[in-house]
Design a protein around this ligand. Sequence first.
Ligand code: SAH
Ligand code: SF4
Ligand code: F3S
Length: 484
Amino acid sequence: MSEEAEAVNLQKEYIEKVKNIIKNKELKYTILTLGCQLNENDSEKICGMVEQMGYTKTEKIEEANLAIFNTCCVRENAEERLFGKIGELKNLKEKNNLIIAIGGCMMQEEHIIERLKKSFKYVDIIFGTHTLHKLPEDIFRVIEKREKVKDIVDIDGYVYENLPIKRTSKVTGSVTIMYGCNNFCTYCIVPFVRGRERSRKPKDIIEEVKKLASSGYKEVILLGQNVNSYLCSEMNKIKQGKMQDVNGDFAKIYSFAKLLIEINKIEGIERIRFVSPHPKDFTDDVIEAIKNSDKVCKYIHLPLQSGSTKMLKKMNRNYTKEQYLELIEKIKSKIPEIKFSTDIIVGFAGETEEDFENTLDVVRKVEFEQVFMFIYSRRVGTVGDKMPDQIPEDIKHKRFDRLKTLVEEIIAKNNKNYLGTTQKILVEGPSKGNAKLLTGRTETNKVVVFEGDESLINSIIDVKIIEDHMWYFNGEMIVTIHSI
Ligand code: SAH
Ligand code: SF4
Ligand code: F3S
């Protein structure tokens, strides 16, 4: 048995130990997850472990005996939000004998740990991104031995399989296919807090997706910081003789393209999505795989970050404005119905008016379906933070507003193209705004609200788009009448 598998088994023993201690006590836990979908998937594993111990979930912090925070540090605002939340817990701590556990990306930053130690001494458990699987042991130590636990390691990282999981959605299953990042974009903290790229074995991913299919999931979303580098590190190591493929794990599936093709064959799964690919690694085999795999959504999230070649170089993105646009054109020529969404950072160090205009230019040319826009936030320890030519906040905000106006204009224009069309909708559940209506998504991730019976939840149906709004459409179900 591998060391990782042994480590997971040991934690299963701790789950049983805690279960025995807290049985019949009807203890509750609450969890707050900040950050990206990878963090949300980690939280599903945290919930899986904690629920196996016997804790039940509550949304009300006043009722909780265990409060868990899964943190993000990609931008500054997350920090203040977290410290505010922990501050609010001080009184509850004594009242309910509350155990407070804080984990995730932010805990991998030294200055954060210092601040926690100084100002929030009442926190019980601090765990990092590489020690999430050890939460059962950490909780055991707090309950049984009344210790404070700091369980953080600064390593390149391992992959732990077979952790319990409690999924949030009954329609879409998130499957992390790789951890970490090797790219070191100069603005980004992720490589520092998540370690180096490491991919899960194909067989473990396939098994997880098959399990999702047999539990009735229709959609899977494959997650990673750079999904199209899936298995790149491993295959390089094999080539260089630093690793051996003893069990033939990588014989059939040895790339992201091959993985897509195999997942496409899994019966029961009807939609496959993935986030995020990196433009620099978007090879032809991936384009072919998307084209030829009928279940893979013809909708790609392709982070741009900036439309200026000079800024892209400063950001260490490894592509130019022209290369990005050529890639978009190449994908469009092979898959004409393809649509794109993107991420953009405004106001990175040294960004001039001309650089920013280049970003607007790419946005106009590609006409993205959706753009996630961010104001550059300086991150301690990154190269970007040390660059001398930082942009004043007011200019960043003004540029952000200009970009937002353009994006919304384009989205509004694009939305009109949907009117009168019939879209395949994966029905997710009752609409949040009006529980009598159902909500679902098009292949291009547009939210559609329509009248229909709850029995349609988790199926893909035809809906005609009758009204467009900026962030959702109203639709009408198309009823197919079969002649007898
Ligand atoms: N690995 C993915 C995304 C990771 S983080 C990729 O490479 O595309 C998600 C998004 O947050 C990034 O795409 C970027 O647009 C934004 N982001 C990352 N660091 C940031 C920072 N320091 N300030 C503002 N936005 C940032
Ligand atoms: Fe950050 Fe770049 Fe890695 Fe994405 S690819 S996580 S932006 S360093
Ligand atoms: Fe945030 Fe960590 Fe994701 S820093 S964006 S939660 S990988």
